[in-house]
Design a protein around this ligand. Sequence first.
Ligand SMILES: NC(=O)c1ccc[n+]([C@@H]2O[C@H](COP(=O)([O-])OP(=O)(O)OC[C@H]3O[C@@H](n4cnc5c(N)ncnc54)[C@H](OP(=O)(O)O)[C@@H]3O)[C@@H](O)[C@H]2O)c1
Length: 335
Amino acid sequence: MTMNRYWRLDSRPRGEDFASALSLQEVPLADPAPGQILIRNRMLSMDAGTRMWMTDRTDGYQPPLDLGTPMQGLVLGQVVSSRASGFAEGDWVRAFGTWSDYSCVDPLLSGAMKLDPSVADMRDHLGTLGMNGWTALWGIERTCAVKAGENVLVSAAAGSTGLLACQIARILGANVYGIAGGERKCRLLESDYGLIAAFDYKSGSVAAGLSRIEGGIHAYFDNVGGEILDDVLANMALYGRVAICGLIAEYTGGRQHGPENFDQILMKRLRIEGFFSPDFMDQGEQLTARLRSWVDAGTLSLPYDVTTGLENTLEAYAKLFTGANIGKVLVELQS
Ligand SMILES: NC(=O)c1ccc[n+]([C@@H]2O[C@H](COP(=O)([O-])OP(=O)(O)OC[C@H]3O[C@@H](n4cnc5c(N)ncnc54)[C@H](OP(=O)(O)O)[C@@H]3O)[C@@H](O)[C@H]2O)c1
């Protein structure tokens, strides 16, 4: 009998203590029901936004996961059995599945997408060409409406979404600045990714650094929220745009209060807008095609921080919240 190991959410985690809240379980592998596909997971995508699903917040963009159920997240793998039209055994797919050896999903409900196996590095389907790539492109081009010559600032700039947002802003001709945790990340952003300057929020240098950006910040791609947003609001240019991509500084705690510098929205006539990738899933093909043209041209890339083995998933996941990662965090599953 084939067994399926999966991570079960047993309780709501406190802070980054995931080991006390999730446990690895094993059950016999079930056959897919009519309309479902069974995916052999090859990679699990570690995404910061999934931290909110572990809380009991009911006013988020997705209802909380029920306790006692498998942890959900984006997976990449191969179909081993299909009872859904349009999917056949052997197809490579990306879907919202479970942190497990196998994911059994309804393609429509899970957003399952067939993947092009000719992409040289299949990890790109979770990174540059995946949800992080789509989010970065949409946020920079549509929500921030970045124009060549503008000053663009990105927070969590050395993470997966942030690093892609920085590069896309640069491709569009912007002057790119970043905020990241630690000297090493900041210098890497400047030396390898062409940022004009990156500011280390852990050393408290953000406010002073931002105040030196000549002409102010025209567009801010925010992955973090919290106190950093206050520093940014104080240094926005007139008619600047703020794209709220994520609020990672606020995912583990309770509800947060808004920015103290809220008045700057009026003083600078700012536009602040949240955006969420499932809202533009239907435009995935066009977004992927544009991203791929940059990947193929060598102008867009992402380092992958890979952990091997389903049993090590929680260590990989924690990196997103301790800042141990540069680029995309993935778990590769042994076959
Ligand atoms: N709107 C959407 O549709 C959408 C889609 C994808 C992702 N997102 C958002 O994008 C953000 C990044 O997600 P990701 O999955 O790509 O993860 P990631 O950026 O690869 O990793 C998270 C990074 O956030 C930084 N961080 C962690 N805690 C922080 C804190 N308290 N204050 C400041 N920085 C902190 C860490 O880097 P440092 O070393 O710099 O601290 C860490 O490397 C998240 O907010 C996520 O929710 C939104």
